[in-house]
Write a protein that binds this ligand. Structure first.
Ligand code: ADP
Ligand code: ASP
Ligand code: MG
Length: 416
């Protein structure tokens, strides 16, 4: 069995959906499982629905309408008649979200978020499945929530591998083309959970692992894994082969072309991961496999924007040592901050954080009572793997470097 993952960009409009069908025509589609994201930026639009629900009920109806208005012309373009049964199915999905929002009693933001946001994927896969069936690519629509079981860490759910394996063994027909949703799972009470933003790559890996797939391919709007994000860097180079270890490092530091959780399950079973272009499916792309390092060996640049650099020093001239540091990490964890980089000296502790779930203001309040705090918000964290002098200088020149950290292969700079 092969797993193909198609992200938001590959289904962002009607032409993109038609192109996806063309890609399947090129690759063939027997014994394949498609993992599909929400169309275009739908997840952001669904997040706006949740925000409206909690912060501005008057805006709620309009926020749902934005999502409807986005999908409607895509469907009108893809299907000849508005009598097509897919219209009823999509209507039902919207009725479900609105029903949930009308009846929900839970005040828990993250729980509500997962119940709502996942409709992006349910809608996209419903449309895609109907379109492909209509065009001779027969397929089974599968609800991934019946396959992937997780804990109740809403918005960042942890997979229950054992339960997931059992479900997949029981429920997946590996002989047909299956279409399912990325990003989603369900908890013990069958409430929807999500695996974290951009989590559909990870879904592909979970399914690949449990199905002992021969390969997993993630189809992207770039030729493969490049040595830098082409949105921010010029003259990027395609990496042809990357070892699992190297890909894990790149993804961990923030090369957002692959979700960081994707690689370890595949490495465990030595399932190759291909990153290929849905614009040019004939292209070789990148192969992540059991091989050495990266080929070609060139410096790789990674940038994480919108970071917070916080420097803490004690109020009473004491050192920041084990006891304070363990307290600090407990606080970071409790406020769901993502720690990207730490550095400590005798009297200060610097940390680069990502405020992923909005807990920073509360954290800052707590810290201010105990430490002298200096904060730089909106900074960028640059990482260069396999750096050389030229690569380093290209980042240092003309920028204010707030913090630098080096190891043998990697240098990281926090830049204002
Ligand atoms: P999708 O969600 O549609 O699967 P993403 O947008 O998450 O795809 O990933 C593709 C994007 O990743 C590219 O458009 C590119 O801007 C970005 N990207 C970041 N780092 C890299 C890199 N090293 N190589 C290629 N693309 C990268
Ligand atoms: N649709 C989700 C997101 O935008 C998951 C994904 O696309 O990977 O975060
Ligand atoms: Mg994505």
């Amino acid at each position: 069995m092969r797993i193909f993952k198609f992200g938001g960009a590959s289904v962002k409009d009607a032409d993109a959906v038609r192109n996806l069908a063309k890609v399947l025509g090129y690759t063939g589609h027997e014994n394949t499982m498609l993992v599909v994201s929400a169309m275009g930026k739908t997840t952001n639009a669904m997040e706006a629905v949740v925000k409206a629900y909690f912060e501005d009920r008057n805006a709620l109806k309009g926020a749902v309408q934005v999502v409807r208005d986005f999908h409607k012309p895509i469907m009108d373009d893809l299907f000849e008649s508005q009598q097509h049964p897919v219209y009823t199915k999509i209507k039902e999905l919207f009725a479900e979200v609105e029903g949930f929002l009308a009846w929900n009693k839970s005040p828990k933001y993250n729980f509500v978020y997962d119940q709502v946001v996942g409709y992006g994927e349910l809608i996209s896969t419903t449309i895609l499945s109907a379109f492909l069936n209509e065009h001779g690519i027969e397929n089974h629509w599968v609800d991934v929530r019946e396959l992937i079981k997780t804990d109740t860490t809403y918005r960042d759910a942890k997979v229950d591998w054992q339960a997931t394996q059992v479900r997949i063994n029981e429920k997946v027909n590996t002989k047909v083309l299956n279409i399912t949703q990325g990003f989603l799972g369900s908890d013990g009470n069958n409430f929807t959970t999500t695996l974290g933003r951009e989590g559909s790559d990870y879904t592909a890996a979970i399914l690949g692992y449990c199905l002992n797939a021969t390969e997993v391919t993630i189809w992207k709007d770039v030729p493969g894994v490049l040595n830098a994000d082409p949105r921010y860097f010029e003259d990027t180079q395609l990496l042809e082969n990357i070892s699992y270890r190297e890909a894990i490092e790149l993804a961990f530091y923030g090369a957002s072309v692959i979700h960081p959780k994707t690689l370890q399950p595949l490495q465990r079973k030595e399932i190759p991961l291909h990153v290929k272009s849905f614009v040019n499916p004939e292209g070789a792309g990148t192969k992540v496999c059991k091989c050495d390092g990266i080929q070609p060996l060139v410096p790789c640049f990674i940038v994480k924007r919108d970071q917070i650099l916080m420097k803490l020093s004690s109020l009473d001239f004491s050192f920041i040592v084990e006891d304070n540091i363990s307290d600090l990490f407990k606080l970071f964890h409790e406020h769901r901050m993502k720690v990207e980089l730490i550095q400590n000296s005798a009297i200060s502790f610097s940390v680069c954080l990502e405020n992923k779930f909005g807990g920073f203001p509360e954290l800052l309040d707590k810290l201010k009572g105990r430490f002298k705090v200096v904060c730089h918000e909106g900074v960028s964290l640059y990482t260069i793997r396999h750096f050389n002098t030229q690569a380093l200088e290209s980042l240092q020149n003309g920028h204010e470097v707030l913090l630098e950290q080096r190891s043998k292969e990697t240098v990281q700079l926090v830049i204002k």
